[in-house]
Write a protein that binds this ligand. Structure first.
Ligand code: TXA
Ligand code: MG
Length: 319
């Protein structure tokens, strides 16, 4: 059931109903500041299995537990001083920390069979109200079918997962548009597993060097092994010379600069932050517009740009 929620003042009755559904083991989609999440009780193995089924997600790709209070991290993971510092600095917000799991508390299916667990406290008032009302850690991947662009509004969630949901809380379009930054904090050095909404520079400024996970690395994030964010039509990255005249038409374009040739359908962004906010919905829009190929301008690397580059590489099949 789709319900509109006032994001600044979420209606208590709607939140309570959706929270009860989660406690019963059902699925609820809700907005976060990054993208919409597909939530289930993260401590209930059966409920978590329903997430994997609804998304068509490989069972070895673990989920993020979403918390309403920083203190709850201790009940599901082992939190050392460094992790506590990061939590104090960046929660609520788009930083996901991978920590050693309390394996007796967090079921293996939530962790994708790993000994670690990913945690984040979102800053979106609707997400916080919902999680708080369940008094549970809420497991929530992005609310798209596996391999599809992440949903940044309720229509995209409905398109992918409508049938599987007890509730879809519609809080309008999300603020950031790309997913949280995932950092492995289990080893000697912090390791970036997925660039995301919290810029790497900001974490590095607070904590010093953050390593980049290399392909094949043991601590690499399982999710990065799978093709992701794939639109139904080929995506090309525009980073200098491109034989536009040789492209099959109609061409769909997205970027910050005007395309060098008129495109059949284009989405222009004013800033790199706008690009981040609009990337996933632009992919869905261009695909729906029936273009034969999508050309996406390569963004600068700073800030959200690193995450955008990562998502574009994956969407193009090169990531
Ligand atoms: O912004 C976000 O993070 C959104 C919103 C809904 O919170 N969620 C999200 O979840 O993007 P998902 O499942 O689409 O991506 C989670 C990523 C995956 O790449 C997964 O492999 C990784 O986090 N991950 C989860 N648990 C992990 C663990 N224990 N070790 C390493 N990577 C983990
Ligand atoms: Mg996802």
């Amino acid at each position: 059931m789709r319900r509109s929620v006032d994001r600044w003042n979420p209606q208590k009755k709607i939140i309570a109903e959706a929270a009860r559904a989660l406690v019963r083991g059902e699925l609820v989609a809700f907005p976060t500041e990054t993208v919409y999440g597909l939530g289930a009780n993260g401590l209930d193995a059966e409920a978590v299995r329903a997430i994997y089924r609804a998304k068509g997600r490989p069972s070895d790709n673990p989920l993020i537990l979403h918390l309403a209070n920083p203190g709850e991290a201790e009940s599901v993971a082992f939190v050392d001083d460094r992790a506590r510092r990061l939590i104090n600095l960046f929660w609520p917000g788009p930083l996901t920390l991978v920590l050693p799991a309390r394996t007796g508390v967090v079921p293996p299916v939530t962790r994708g069979g790993l000994e670690t667990v990913a945690l984040r406290m979102p800053s979106h008032p609707v997400a916080l109200a919902l999680i708080e009302a369940t008094a549970l850690p809420v497991a929530a991947p992005s609310a798209n079918r596996s391999g599809r662009p992440s949903p940044t509004d309720a229509d995209a969630v409905e398109e992918d997962l409508g049938e599987s949901l007890a509730y879809l809380l519609d809080g309008g379009p999300t603020d950031v548009g790309v997913e949280s930054t995932v950092v492995d904090a289990t080893g000697k050095d912090l390791l970036l597993l997925r660039p995301g909404a919290l810029p790497l520079e900001v974490i590095a400024e607070a904590e010093g060097q953050v390593g980049l996970a290399q392909a094949g690395e043991g601590r690499r994030s399982p999710g990065t092994r799978y093709r992701h964010y794939a639109p139904d039509v080929p995506l090309l990255i525009w980073d200098g010379p491109l034989h536009w005249e040789a492209l099959p038409g109609p061409v769909g374009y997205m970027g910050m600069a005007d395309p060098p040739r008129p495109a059949g359908e284009s989405v222009l962004f004013r800033t790199v932050d706008d690009y981040g906010r609009g990337l996933f919905s632009a992919l869905r829009h261009l695909e729906r517009a029936g273009v034969a190929v999508i050309v996406a301008q390569w963004p600068p690397q700073e800030g959200i740009g690193l995450a955008l580059r990562d998502r574009l590489l994956r969407a193009s099949g090169e990531g």
